[in-house]
Write a protein that binds this ligand. Structure first.
Ligand code: CLR
Length: 371
């Protein structure tokens, strides 16, 4: 029957997709995936996951002591993980391949409840690198970061090493600045053989405060120390022995507790998704406008027009790069400036022996568009 043929086709295109992953390491974004695994959302939208609980972000500024603020940073960070790593499974049934942003692609948003703003720019296409800035001006909070991925294949899973880091700057009422360096966990994409990929986090990530407080977050999945998926253990270590170490355990997509049994984080309340201008109000470089036709094709199952529109965008980009080369006028970033080594990363990274010891960064040019 027709259904049988369809199943056979899906299996064979999925199998050949898996084979192409297995024989490959590097940049997954450039790989062609079968249509049923395509997401209509561009990677430039992903930094919005950092602030889907804008109150928890804002609460960092209300911490009266270094310890309270370090705990608030950790609580906010853990509370972003569910959105970052499980939300495609929730909204689309499995992890999907996001649209690969073009150089210069932009994504702007706000969280009106707390007057928090988001600005994202695709700062490199090859390899894909996304830079972002999230600010709550009234609270004196700014998160700046960039991310890229290195992928490899191991024991049936895709391993994604996240490259890049984020820094959070807190303007204290005293006029001093407190900084936090945030590193990112390693991802494993499992469930590939069943055609329903999902993410598990692995290894360790860190949050180092300039006040000396250090969070070490260890991630485990099914079959490790608890047997449960999405398990983590965070240890918040004080700079001196005047304070005690906090240990927090739980599953990041639900809740966690401190060692005294108090609830530490709970992501069951509804999240606040980022608010974005309507497509009609967006410029040609803004993600949802730029990918509008492709996204429509994917959403409606019209993969022919999706792939036609995608080729049109990619050809346009290739032509643009050729023209730039011919005129010797390389593409200029709009909101960020690239620096080879980030002094904040080096200074704070030293405190926990960050690996690598130095990383590049993208500095915000302080030119957000008017709201
Ligand atoms: C991007 C930065 C975000 C967290 C995040 C979540 C999901 C990751 C994504 C990052 C990078 C791209 C990614 C994606 C999951 C799947 C996708 C690794 C790290 C790859 C390119 C697509 C693989 C295709 C399979 C679904 C078969 O803060």
């Amino acid at each position: 029957s027709l259904l049988w043929l369809l199943c056979v086709w899906i299996r064979s295109s999925w199998t050949s997709f898996l084979k192409s992953i297995a024989s490959f390491s590097g940049d997954l974004s450039s790989m062609t995936a079968p249509p049923f695994i395509l997401s209509p959302v561009s990677l430039t939208e992903f930094p919005a996951y950092w602030c889907e609980y804008p109150d928890l972000f804002a609460a960092i500024a209300d911490g009266k002591t270094e310890e309270h603020r370090a705990l608030a940073v950790l609580r906010w960070f853990i509370s972003t993980l569910k959105g970052q790593y499980t939300s495609r499974n929730e909204s689309m049934g499995s992890e999907k391949k996001p649209l690969n942003p073009v150089l210069g692609e932009l994504f702007y948003g706000t969280w009106p409840s707390t007057n928090t703003t988001l600005l994202v720019e695709q700062v490199s296409h090859h390899p894909p690198i996304t830079a972002y800035r999230i600010a709550n001006q009234a609270k004196g909070l700014v998160l700046t970061g960039h991310n890229a991925q290195k992928t490899s294949f191991s024991a049936g899973s895709i391993i994604v090493k996240q490259i890049g880091h984020a820094t959070l700057v807190v303007d204290l009422p005293s006029g001093e600045k407190e900084e936090y360096l945030i590193t990112l966990p390693r991802l494993r994409i499992d469930g590939l053989w069943y055609g329903s990929p999902y993410i598990e986090l692995a290894e360790t990530s860190y949050i180092q405060g300039s006040n000396g407080w250090l969070s070490t977050i260890e991630y485990k999945g099914k079959g490790y120390f608890s047997g449960k998926s999405h398990t983590f253990k965070a240890i918040l270590k004080p700079p001196t022995s005047d304070h005690k170490t906090e240990v927090i355990e739980g599953t990041w997509h639900t809740t966690s507790k401190t060692s005294s049994g108090m609830t530490f984080h709970d992501v069951s309340p509804p999240k606040e998704e980022v608010t974005v201008k309507s497509i009609e109000e967006q410029t040609e470089w803004e993600s949802r406008k730029l990918w509008g036709a492709v996204a429509k094709g994917i959403r409606e199952g019209d993969f022919e027009s999706a792939s036609r529109e995608k080729s049109r965008i990619e050809n346009e980009q290739r032509q643009r790069r050729k023209d730039e080369a011919a005129a010797s006028t390389p593409w200029q970033l709009k909101h960020f400036k690239h620096i080879e080594s980030d002094p904040t990363y080096e200074r704070l990274g030293k405190l926990f022996k960050a690996n690598p010891p130095t990383e590049d960064a993208y500095i915000f040019l302080d030119n957000a568009p008017p709201a």
